[in-house]
Each structure stands twice: as C-alpha cells, then as structure tokens.
Design a protein around this ligand. Structure first.
Ligand SMILES: CC(C)(COP(=O)(O)OP(=O)(O)OC[C@H]1O[C@@H](n2cnc3c(N)ncnc32)[C@H](O)[C@@H]1OP(=O)(O)O)[C@@H](O)C(=O)NCCC(=O)NCCS
Length: 184
C-alpha cells in the first residue's frame, strides 16, 4: 500500500503520484509537496509547506520542520553502526536504537546529499549537492563537500571560492578536490 492508513496528512498535501510513494506511520504537514519514489518511514515527521523531491529516503527518527526544501535522492540515516544480525540472528527493533536527526525551519538540502544520524541542521542552513553531513550545521550556514564543511560566503551571499582556497583547512571541497596533501 503506497500510503498506509496510519499516515497523518495535513491540509492540501500534494502527492503527484500517490501510487508511487511509500509512506507509513509518519506525518506530513499542510501544503507540503512530495515527489515520486519518496519513502517516509514510521515515526518520521515533515512540517508544513515543505518540498520533498523525488527518490528521497526519510527514515524513522527524522524530524523536518516547516518550509524545508529537500532535493532529489537525499538519504537520511538513523543507525551509525548498522548490522544485519546480532549473534547470528536477524536484528529486530530491540537490537538497536534510532538516532534522531532534526532539520530546522527553512533549511535546504541539495540533491544526493547523505545526512548521517544524530545531527541537527540549523534553521535556514543550506547543504550543497552531494555533501555527506557528519556534524551539526549551524543556522544559516552553507556546507558542502565530503565530509561537509562550512563554506565561506561573499557579501553577495555566494560561496567565496578565493577565501575557500586561502583557508583550505576549513573546506571539505578543497580536501575533496586535491586530497589532504594539498594542505600540508
Ligand atoms: C552549495 C551551493 C548552494 C553553492 O552555490 P554558489 O554560492 O552559487 O557557489 P558557486 O557555484 O559559485 O561555487 C563556488 C565554489 O564552490 C564549489 N561548489 C559549489 N557547490 C558545491 C558542492 N555542492 N559541492 C562541492 N563544491 C561545490 C564550486 O566548484 C566553486 O569552487 P571553484 O570556484 O573552486 O570551482 C550550490 O552549488 C549547491 O550545491 N546547491 C544545491 C543544488 C541542488 O542540489 N538543488 C536541488 C534540486 S534542483
């Protein structure tokens, strides 16, 4: 069943292809839009006026506040050290604990980002496409790269590539592009 009976949908939620999503035990706030092939697990919550783009996975323990943009293929996680089995038998709910993640109001997460668990992404923050977020992101910060690092911003509100090069140790982008040797 693509949208289980226990899903709490707010007013005017728009799901363009209800037969091509997988929602169960979650809540979705007023006027939020969901693309195709989105999965939202039990216990996850999505606020009002959010946009969740296609192919995104929102797992148990994830809480998304109002007016958040989530790009295509964004992957959340809820177990930092996952295992299929415990002592040779398939794991059940008693064998692991969900690590919660929060995405603050008005934040924006670029396509193909991976968000490790136990993390808070601050209000209005931006996560670049393809980032792997391993730590909390301060409100209004822009982060990118693997691992994601805070990007210096110009006065015009764009990423400042010159400052980024000068202060390479702050930038996962520099590490990504040239390797750690570039900074020594
Ligand atoms: C992070 C982001 C907001 C920065 O935008 P911007 O301020 O306009 O930055 P610029 O394009 O001017 O790039 C500045 C520098 O950062 C680098 N950069 C930009 N985005 C990056 C990213 N996601 N990961 C790694 N490096 C990135 C650029 O290569 C550039 O460095 P360079 O001059 O050494 O080449 C943007 O690039 C981004 O990733 N947006 C998300 C897009 C998305 O996923 N949309 C969702 C669906 S359409």
């Amino acid at each position: 069943m693509p949208i289980a009976k226990d899903v709490r949908l707010g007013r005017d939620v728009r799901i363009l292809h209800p037969d091509l999503v997988n929602l169960y035990g979650c809540s979705v706030g007023d006027e939020t839009r969901l693309g195709t092939f989105v999965e939202v697990q039990v216990g996850a919550s999505i606020g009002a006026r959010c946009k969740i783009s296609s192919h995104t996975f929102i797992c148990e323990g994830v809480s998304i506040e109002d007016e958040v943009f989530i790009g295509h293929g964004v992957m959340f996680t809820n177990d930092k050290y996952p295992r299929a089995t415990t002592d040779g038998r398939p794991q059940g709910p008693a064998d692991w604990t969900v690590e919660p993640t929060r995405v603050g109001k008005g934040a924006s997460i670029g396509s193909n980002a991976t968000i490790l668990c136990g993390i808070s992404i601050g209000d209005g923050a931006t996560v670049g496409a393809g980032a792997v977020v391993t730590r909390d992101v301060p409100a209004s910060a822009v982060v990118a790269g693997v691992p994601a690092r805070i990007m210096p911003m110009s006065e015009e509100g764009r990423v400042d590539a010159q400052t980024m090069l000068r202060t390479g140790s702050e930038s996962g982008v520099v590490l990504l592009r040239f390797g750690k040797d570039a900074l020594s």
